[in-house]
Design a protein around this ligand. Structure first.
Ligand code: GDP
Length: 299
């Protein structure tokens, strides 16, 4: 089940509970909460989060001051409470980084192979380029054959200057050289794409740490595939420990992602999602808004 069904399930749970007049208010609330809990768990939201969300909603709904005797109002209150609580969950607690004009802002990308890192690097480069920044792309993925060609093709198509090497095998060196070159040429946003590999291996994390030490990013962004479900939480925690990223880009939101994994990743790392990828094209890229994200999830 995708989380988008949650809205419908809540609605029908609320309707059937409210039409059953023998039940008292507390029973009605508990019956509905059970439906909400089941739907969230099936949508891959982490179990601890689900229960804390449930308790928050229950406390709000049972607060005597907000109770209503009117079914329509009760229904509205329930829907609003669920909506607000889900928004709180995806609203990272820190303010995302904004690059400054006439400064040299280095942005480093991390994430597993296939998550959409290279694609998102170009999307972000185009985003800032359109807003008047001088942007350059650095390919520090010397692990995957073809990584540089992919970035190069994307960059040429999008008319973004790029840097990489076919012969150098040390990604730390390539990253350092690329950033130094663009800094010298007064580029304002320098985006560094890194290797992903298939799994979270020790060497990958070590490489992230070393690249980060030489390029000294103003912002590190983790790219997360929205369709990976429960694995999102553990994956984002592992990257957080090694690269302490300050923002998340959630990709493949155009697919059949359950969405719950993303909620868990944000909650586990207390890091905001800044953009979402909604397709393979460079313009399939949207600024993240907790309210519209939750509205979409709820259908
Ligand atoms: P990387 O290995 O992390 O650099 O991943 P890539 O950027 O090469 O992306 C892997 C695949 O996912 C490619 O086929 C991309 O076209 C595709 N992709 C990336 N972002 C999105 C997205 O937002 N939506 C869809 N549908 N596909 C995407």
């Amino acid at each position: 089940m995708v989380l988008a069904d949650l809205g419908k399930r809540i609605n029908s749970a609320v309707n059937s509970a409210l039409s059953n007049s023998q039940d008292d208010y507390v029973t009605t609330v508990d019956v509905m909460l059970k439906t909400i809990v089941t739907a969230l768990l099936e949508s891959d939201v982490n179990i601890k989060l689900v229960f804390s969300l449930r308790n928050n909603i229950r406390t709000k709904l049972l607060d005597v001051k907000s109770r209503s005797t009117n079914n329509a109002q009760t229904k509205k209150l329930i829907q609003k409470t669920v909506f607000d609580e889900l928004c709180n969950l995806v609203d990272g607690e820190t303010e995302p980084f904004q690059p400054k004009k006439r400064k040299q802002n280095v942005i480093m990308f991390v994430g597993l192979q296939g998550s959409g890192k290279t694609t998102s690097c170009t999307k972000l480069a185009v985003y800032y380029s359109k807003r008047g920044f001088k942007v350059g792309l650095v390919c520090a993925d010397t692990f995957r054959a073809g990584a540089f060609d992919q970035l190069k093709q994307n960059a040429i198509k999008a008319r973004i200057p790029f840097y990489g090497s076919y012969t150098e095998t040390n990604p730390v060196k390539v990253a350092a050289e690329g950033v130094a070159k663009f800094k010298k040429e007064k580029f304002e946003v320098i985006i560094v794409d890194t290797s992903g590999r298939h799994r979270q291996e020790e060497e990958l994390f070590q490489e992230m740490v070393e690249i980060s030490q030489v390029v000294k990013p103003n912002q590190t962004i983790m790219v997360l595939d929205a369709s990976i479900g429960q694995a999102a939480e553990q994956q984002s925690k592992a990257f957080k420990d090694s690269s302490d990223f300050g923002a998340i880009i959630l990709t493949k939101m155009d697919g059949h992602a359950k969405g719950g994994g993303a909620i868990s990743a944000v909650a586990a790392t207390k890091t905001p999602i800044i953009f979402i990828g909604t397709g393979e094209h460079v313009h399939d890229f949207e600024k993240f808004s907790p309210k519209s994200f939750v509205s979409k999830l709820l259908g």
